[in-house]
Design a protein. Sequence first.
Length: 237
Amino acid sequence: MGRNNYFQFKQFRIEQQRSAMKVGIDGILLGAWANVRSCSTILDIGTGTGLIALMLAQRSQAQITAIEIEKNAAEEAAENVAASPWKDRVEVANVSLQKFAAETAQQFDLIVSNPPFFQNVLKAGNESRSLARHTDSLSYETLLQCTSQLLSDEGRCAFILPEPAVKEIEKLAQQHHLYLKRITMIAPNENKPANRVLMEMSKKETATVTEHLTIYNNDGSWNEKFKMLTRDYYLNF
């Protein structure tokens, strides 16, 4: 992904000059993969530019709450929402997940997050980028605890995470009565192992459906399965 100040999709545009985390394939994958069927309320945790919230708004009729702890990102996300066709259904709040969970009684049919994922590694020099990328501000434990609290009994949650975190996430999730329903292993190309994982969980124990997705073919072209998943968004698909 380039580092332009904006990213144009088929039905909306993401301005990303002030947000620390720019539009990337991880967010696009989650926004395209999350199951929005029968959802009337959605929560996007750590919305950044507002990308995932707007992707979900495009293919649902749900009311969407998008929370973001970093002030500049939250402001930019709100501007992106205001310029979109779904401004009446998406609300952006500049608040931490911990504070939001402590102050709301609402429960959601779908909760999504592309959470911070770097643990115990050298921090980036940029403070807001570090906040967006590292688990110090939002640990996996906190993410799953608050998700379980905020998720409706029939609801589901969906995350994109680094592959090495899968076992830890699954163990923590079960401690908070969340059970894996669907998992997609994502490989960057045909010659490399999966390095990202899409995970869907619910409060009901069920058999897990496992799938695999490759982003690029060996010749550098987009994989057809990836194109099918994201074709409602990318201009060139």
